[in-house]
Design a protein around this ligand. Structure first.
Ligand code: PBG
Ligand code: MG
Length: 333
């Protein structure tokens, strides 16, 4: 570390001078949160109701397509650059082969078309993973009780193509199969879909913080865990290898997930690769803040802004957060 000549000893140096009032704190702030940092994950469903509250995610509803379009319009007006879409489909449509994942008239494809025709300027990020479509809630195809890597990639690739054709701008594989980025990239190129972006969930950890999300997409009945494909929370070097592979295979952007418990990973990835690095403030992190606020232990807005700024400090280009619309409104007002 090098020191500027102005860094001296007390009392010549009094760090508190720079903190004495709002204007100077603002002036010297090293990091800022702005609306362009926010990606808003939303849940769509195929039920016959406009909004269906998610019990474990206070203030977040599953939306009908019509409602999702409405929200997309509002989010765009607020300056939110992109939405991330997640489906909750009827259990009767889920099966062992996740065939609904690549239905060109499936819920996500229809949602993409509806949002793209109403708000074409809104970036659409679509999850590429099988868990909302399998009967068991795993992210892949089971074979002898194990997730079969190559068979899963085949379905993921079909899913990605369908989503891309339906208008998704960004394909975001969150499944953690090995080699899927390369296969999806090849398939996109072969179809002439050369502008489609890939945001790889490159370093996704097997985490206790996904509970409310599984409630939201209807996979809470999942048996066992995802430790044979998602990363072990003991590891950091492995995250760098995962990211390196996905970049080599054709990812444009990478993601670290969850957020706050993995800030060290966000920092290492962004510093090592200097590529757009995103972080997901996941459902359990959101629920934890809400719970602390409800218990009277934390101020809501201060907690939300402090956690989001932490991601910026760690080097994130942007954050997926269920607080996105709320924060965009606050930033505007
Ligand atoms: N493909 C699964 C997926 N995609 C996004 C999340 C979690 C997001 C959140 O908790 O907000 C998960 C959960 C899981 O891996 O079980
Ligand atoms: Mg990988």
């Amino acid at each position: 570390m090098t020191f500027s000549p102005l860094v001296g000893a007390y009392p010549l140096a009094r760090p508190r001078r720079l903190r004495q009032s709002g204007w100077v704190r603002d002036l010297v702030a090293e990091h800022h949160l702005s609306v362009s940092d926010l990606i808003w994950p939303i849940f769509v469903h195929d039920k016959d109701v406009a909004r269906d509250p998610i019990r474990s995610l206070e203030g977040v509803d599953r939306l009908s397509i019509t409602e999702a379009v409405k929200e997309a319009r509002e989010a765009h007006a607020l300056g939110i650059p992109a939405l991330a879409l997640f489906p909750n489909i009827d259990p009767s449509l889920r099966n062992d082969d996740a065939t609904a994942a690549y239905d060109p008239d499936g819920l996500i494809a229809r949602t993409c078309r509806a949002i793209k025709s109403a708000v074409p300027e809104m970036g659409l990020i679509v999850d590429v993973a099988l868990d909302p479509f399998t009967s068991h809630g795993h992210d892949g195809i089971l074979s002898d009780g194990r997730i079969h890597n190559e068979r899963t990639i085949e379905i993921l690739t079909r899913q990605a193509l369908v989503q891309a054709e339906a208008g998704a701008d960004v394909l975001a594989p969150s499944d953690m199969m090995d080699g899927r980025i390369g296969e999806i990239r090849k398939a996109l190129e072969a179809q002439g879909l050369t502008d489609k972006l890939i945001l790889s969930y490159a370093a996704k950890y097997a985490s206790a913080f996904y509970g409310p999300f599984r409630d939201a997409v209807g996979t809470s009945a999942l048996k066992g865990d995802k430790k044979t494909y998602q990363m072990d929370s003991a590891n950091t070097d492995e995250a760098l290898r995962e990211v390196a592979m996905d970049l080599q295979e054709g990812a444009d952007m990478v993601m670290v997930k969850p957020g706050l418990p993995y800030l060290d990973i966000v920092q290492r990835v962004s510093e090592t690769f200097k590529v757009p690095t995103f972080v997901y403030q996941v459902s359990g992190e959101y629920a934890m803040i809400k719970a602390a606020v409800n218990a009277g232990f934390m101020d809501h807005d201060k907690g939300v802004f402090e956690t989001l700024l932490a991601f910026k400090r760690a080097g994130a280009s942007g954050v997926l957060t269920y607080f996105a619309k709320y924060v965009a409104e606050k930033l505007k007002g």
